[in-house]
Design a protein. Structure first.
Length: 242
């Protein structure tokens, strides 16, 4: 089963690494697709993003903000199955059902940046089958743990796991001053490490997460409550620990 990977960025390349099949890359940046293909020593090739060539599996690995458009554009090229690795599930599964109703359809979300692979991968199945089972097998063979979840449960959870968590870490990074290392406490060191990890990533990815799941407004409201309720700090503190 040959594979078309739509999106030659970090996630698309990560999936190409684990796919035990011939791979073709398509990207709106043709040079990026060509560079990705050249990294695979003959196992991969680049195809024009407007090509009408068909493949056994189409894997969409693009930013969340353009996932729907990419699925609409490329899902019909799938002979057997179409999957996505975009990070959201309700929207992509609905788009796949509309664009490729007769094909197998599953949404995957690696819960880690590609450079930290392997790890847990959330899976929501719209219409699974033998083709998407191959994808599951490839991911597990690469050491990943698959976590099956309903699409709504996943997206609702990501509002906290990604949207609010990232916003809180970035807010700390923006509010923090430089301090002497020898004065750092364990809590500060942990937060600083998280801030370094988040700010060392791709800003487009984090912006897409905020667009999809929000979080910053919730963190701002929580911070305002903390600032405004000095006399009721114990109550706020207890709420935070629940």
């Amino acid at each position: 089963m040959d594979v078309l990977v739509v999106g030659a960025g970090a996630v698309g390349r990560w999936f190409a690494d684990v796919a035990d099949a011939p791979v073709a890359f398509a990207d709106v940046d043709a040079d990026r697709a060509q560079r990705a293909a050249e990294d695979y020593d003959g196992r991969a090739r680049a195809v024009d993003v407007d090509s009408d060539e068909s493949f056994g599996l189409v894997a969409v690995a693009v930013p969340m903000g353009v996932a729907g458009d990419a699925i609409e554009r490329h899902a019909s090229k799938a002979q057997r199955a179409v999957v996505d690795f975009t990070g959201e599930m309700r929207g992509p599964l609905a788009a796949m059902a509309k664009a490729a109703p007769a094909r197998e359809r599953v949404s995957f979300h690696p819960l880690f940046a590609p450079e930290h692979a392997p790890g847990r991968v959330a899976v929501s199945s719209g219409a699974p089958g033998p083709g998407t089972d191959h994808v599951r097998e490839w991911l597990e063979a690469a050491g990943n743990e698959l976590v099956d979840v309903e699409p709504g449960e996943h997206d609702d959870a990501m509002a906290t796991i990604q949207g609010r968590a990232h916003a809180a870490v970035l807010a700390f990074a923006l509010a923090a001053d430089d301090v002497p290392d020898e004065l750092a406490t364990p809590v500060y060191e942990d937060l600083r490490a998280l801030a370094d990890r988040v700010t060392g990533g791709n800003s487009r990815v984090y912006a897409d997460i905020q667009d999809a799941f929000d979080g910053a407004d919730d963190v701002a409201r929580a911070a305002k409550r903390l600032a405004d309720e000095n006399e009721a700090f114990a109550e706020v503190y207890e709420d935070a620990g629940r």
